[in-house]
Ligand binder design. Structure first.
Ligand code: GDP
Length: 344
């Protein structure tokens, strides 16, 4: 389809949609600007349970000065704290090395040494904590973000939150309903787009996610959108089917813009701990992810998984989901995270 034809169809759909006829296909953006987001809860509060199961547990298990026996206790706690064996080995090596140089080893020394290692694991990852929104205004339009992840992790909710943040920064946002596999996905995404007051591209009856993504990006180029958020399927008949489909979506978008997708972000449920790392690895192998968004950080004791992801896959975490509301998304800061893991 030529670009002119697409524009014509979009204009007609928008006009008819405004009159109620095709509202299901193309939701027109309301005139009133969206409200600025409410500040999310502090990371320190969000990570309370994680802190308690990590540093809190270490503190409670040790007393006085630290000897070799107690290092075994630390090792045990670390291995049960969802960091993953690679990360635990790095932390232990560093702690043992630093403490071996001290005659009298205290809890404070242990804390300083663990904090230092956590911080260096995180900051060694390029773009760690750097919000993709940072380069947003100066970047080529439209920025295309492909959002991937298995069903139930909070992908739809996160797309709604991202759309809301971008719209409240003044961006013209288009959400593309690329999960054509799940019947409920489109209506759920529509509800979130309405809440975030952004437009959605969800052609009824189109089963090919590549076609949805292609048409959405083409429309966004023609109509000068700033950001396209592409939702994708999270479960097909087999893992291989899913990966093939996602690869195809990526290829198809690249026909319109070889730089796209500018971000390929995986949404992971922090509660799934080590399983989240397995998911990230699979998607990374196929799609070369640019970063991760951990949801449900509120209330979980498994927030250490952020560190595991950095250490095992060298993938940056860019946002954290900290609740169910539209405003409950926060940028990730390695320093803030490190502080929150250790300090109440
Ligand atoms: P999807 O299947 O991956 O699209 O998942 P949904 O977006 O439908 O979310 C699944 C459930 O997780 C819903 O009940 C959401 O409200 C909830 N959820 C999503 N993100 C968060 C979060 O950051 N914190 C909490 N507490 N719940 C969340």
């Amino acid at each position: 389809m030529t670009q002119d034809l697409i524009i014509l169809i979009v204009e007609i759909a928008a006009a008819v949609g405004a009159a109620g006829g095709l509202g299901y296909w193309f939701t027109r953006k309301p005139k009133t600007p969206p409200a600025a987001p409410e500040p999310p809860p502090s990371l320190n509060r969000t990570l309370r349970s994680t802190r308690d199961s990590f540093w809190g547990k270490i503190q409670r298990s040790l007393s006085g000065s630290i000897d070799t026996n107690q290092l075994e206790i630390i090792e045990e706690i670390l291995y049960t704290s969802d960091l993953g064996p690679t990360t635990v080995a790095k932390l232990l090596d560093s702690v043992e090395d630093q403490l071996s140089r001290q005659d009298k080893k205290s809890l404070d020394m242990l804390k300083t040494s663990l904090k230092g290692e956590v911080n260096s694991i995180l900051t060694a990852v390029p773009k760690m904590g750097q919000s993709p929104f940072l380069n947003f205004e100066s970047s080529a339009k439209p920025q295309v973000w492909m959002i991937v992840g298995v069903n139930g992790v909070g992908k739809t909710t996160t797309i709604g939150k991202l759309a809301h943040v971008a719209a409240s920064k003044g961006a013209k946002v288009l959400v593309a309903a690329g999960d054509t596999f799940r019947a409920a996905a489109q209506s759920q995404l529509r509800a979130w787009s309405e809440r975030a007051q952004v437009e959605i591209f969800a052609p009824e009856g189109v089963k090919d996610p590549g076609a949805v993504a292609f048409d959405a990006v083409q429309m966004a180029k023609a109509r000068n959108y700033d950001l396209v958020l592409i939702d994708t399927a999270g479960r097909l008949h087999t893992q291989d089917n899913l990966m093939e489909e996602l690869k195809k979506v990526k290829r198809v978008i690249q026909k319109l813009d070889p730089q796209a997708p500018h971000e390929t972000l995986i949404v992971l449920d922090a509660n799934s701990g080590q399983n989240a790392l397995v998911q990230a690895q699979k998607f990374h192998e196929t799609l070369k992810l640019s970063g991760a968004i951990f949801t449900k950080m509120d209330g979980t004791a498994k927030g250490g998984v952020v560190l595991g992801l950095a250490s095992q896959l060298q993938l940056p975490t860019v946002f954290l989901g900290v609740g169910e509301s539209m405003d409950a998304l926060t940028g990730f800061s390695p320093q803030e995270y490190t502080e929150a893991l250790f300090e109440a």
